[in-house]
Design a protein around this ligand. Structure first.
Ligand code: N01
Length: 533
């Protein structure tokens, strides 16, 4: 096929949950579509993140598609929080059920997409030398799909096994009898560390920032609960759409404020959420992320609970989070802190004992060298913009997306960026995305885009581009909303702060229901804020 050009109505980049549903909708509209997917199968993040313990910390009954009632009725989940293999099986089931694979070209990476102004088409080139043209390009490239590989001196010299949680091999990795180092203590590490520690002869964790984590309280999903939810599934889905983060309507909620309660009342309330487990703790009080005093009270409660889980007070001191509570993505764990009570686990604080270099046989820190058989990088991702700016995307006048976004991404509604007509993102920076349950956010985006395409056809329109003024106002709005909260007060990947040299800009928009309302209003007003021609 090398050297050939194929013509499509639309090219979709990525066959994760966003790309699959976009394909489904476009096919229903009669469009001729090709999906290019770098991986060997569907599933996106769940195809790549296969590390031990990988699971979703949104509940299974909520982290699933709702566009097809037959699908949501026929699929049975086995655990409160589904593990990666089960979510991947679900994605594969969806691909089979709707015959999606016929239009997906696997093991094919999109290298570039250039807009041809004369013909109003995108010219897309792929890693296997093919060219495709399409009226629309939809980048369904994921928010957390480009691994962050920190530039640690000597990284290439290590002769043992090297893994990254975001690019885990498909073969079984056996740590039995091995000396293992993990770098990083974010969500991925917090899930992987307890299981690696159970296998390894010795595990050393290199921690840069201690994290807040709430026990997930995972377990088998009660079939009776599943039956009850399915009996009124639409109702739960609708109620979730009104939740600030798009999930959790089934759980206790407190619309009240920490500081308005007596110490006893708030303790009782926190305890209730702590026992409920996982990210639902974030629903405990409305002011935890806007009021520093309230935040400190919540942080103290969680720190006290963490301390109770760790036997050695000196180790507990090192594990005590120092940042604003909830400001980095909250983690959910199973036995994470208890893992540091094991004799075969050592915690190294890189602020006290920095990594100087990786050597052929291990890691040298300021205090000396340790030898390892395996190093696991749990160092996260170039979030939200990485997958987009790494492709050579050029819009009107040959403007490169990575140049336009040098000082931070600019989008209108997180769906389009001006100067790049007919190029949609699911979900782009400036949309609620990672601050929500991703599945309903993806479905909302796909439905918006599909409806927009139908509108364009009805009105005989060829181009849709974000209006630069609407875009500026939107970027300002996203930042204004973030600035009313404590989110910008720590070095999180939400701000791009984990990637050296990346512009420090708050990437997602806070507030799912308000965002959906805004999108509905834009569509009802003839796609206000977009230029249609
Ligand atoms: O990545 P992270 P992740 N030297 O960026 C450290 C989603 N997710 O893959 O905090 C030493 O959170 C870094 O330190 P610091 C979820 O949204 C979801 O764990 O930057 N350390 C941090 O400790 C999550 O938030 C699920 O100071 C270095 C760690 O590496 C997102 O993915 C499961 C370093 C990276 O943590 C990303 O999570 C897993 C260096 N040079 C993930 N560079 C579920 O739904 C980085 N670090 C369950």
């Amino acid at each position: 096929m090398s050297g050939s050009t194929q013509r499509f109505d639309a090219v979709i980049i990525g066959a994760g949950f966003a790309g699959m549903y976009m394909l489904y909708r476009m096919r229903e509209m009669g469009l001729y579509v090709r999906v290019f997917e770098a991986g060997g199968d569907v599933g996106g993040t769940w195809y790549w993140n296969r590390y031990p313990g990988a699971r979703c910390d949104i509940e299974s009954m909520e982290y699933s598609y709702q566009f097809s009632d037959e699908l949501q009725q026929e699929w049975d989940w086995t655990e409160r929080y589904a593990a990666q293999p089960e979510i991947l099986s679900y994605a594969q089931h969806v691909a089979d059920r709707f015959d999606l694979r016929d239009d997906i070209q696997f093991n094919t990476r999109v290298e570039s997409a250039h807009f041809d102004e004369a013909g109003d088409v995108w010219r897309v080139t792929t890693s296997d030398g093919e060219t495709a043209t399409a009226r629309y390009v939809v980048a369904a490239t994921g928010c957390l799909s480009v691994p962050n590989e920190p530039d640690i001196p000597g990284s290439d010299s290590f002769e043992g096994e090297v893994y990254h949680t975001g690019r885990w091999p498909h073969e079984t990795v056996d740590f039995s009898g091995k000396r293992v180092a993990v770098i990083g203590t974010g969500s991925s590490a917090i899930q992987a560390i307890p299981l690696i520690a159970e296998q390894a002869a010795h595990l050393t964790v290199h921690q840069r920032t201690p994290n807040f984590s709430i026990p997930a309280r995972n377990g088998p999903l009660d079939p009776e609960l599943q039956r009850r939810i399915k009996a009124r599934y639409a109702d739960l889905r609708e109620r979730n759409k009104k939740m600030g983060f798009g999930f959790g309507a089934r759980h206790p909620q407190n619309q009240g404020f920490v500081m308005e309660m007596s110490a006893e009342e708030r303790e009782e309330w926190f305890e209730r959420f702590w026992n409920n487990g996982g990210l639902t703790f974030g629903l405990a009080f409305g002011d935890m992320i806007i009021d520093k005093e309230a935040n400190d009270v919540a942080a103290e409660f969680v720190k006290r609970k963490i301390r109770e889980r760790i036997e050695d007070p000196a180790v507990a001191d090192k594990l005590m989070p120092t940042s604003t509570f909830f400001c980095k993505r909250l983690c959910a764990d199973t036995d994470y802190f208890e893992t540091y009570n094991r004799d075969n686990v050592t915690l190294v604080d890189v602020n006290e004992d920095p990594i100087e270099t990786i050597t052929a046989t291990g890691i040298r820190t300021a205090s000396g060298e340790e030898s390892y058989d395996c190093i696991v990088f749990a160092t996260g991702f170039d979030a939200m913009t990485g997958a987009l700016t790494r492709m050579d995307i050029r819009g009107v006048d040959g403007l490169a997306l990575k140049d336009k976004w040098q000082a931070g991404p600019k989008t209108y509604l997180g769906l389009e960026t001006s100067g790049f007509p007919n190029l949609f993102m699911i979900p782009g920076p400036g949309s609620p995305s990672v601050l929500t349950n991703m599945l309903p956010s993806i479905e909302q985006h796909v439905d918006f885009i599909a409806d927009c395409m139908a509108y364009m056809d009805e009105h005989n329109l060829k181009r849709i581009d974000a209006d630069p003024d609407a875009e500026e106002a939107w970027v300002e709005h996203v930042n204004e909303v973030a600035d009313t909260t404590l989110y910008p007060s720590c070095n999180s990947w939400y701000l791009g702060a984990n990637i050296p040299g990346k512009a420090r800009v708050f990437l997602p928009l806070l507030g799912f229901p308000e965002y959906v309302e805004k999108c509905n209003e834009v569509a009802a007003n003839g796609y206000q804020g977009f230029r249609l021609s």
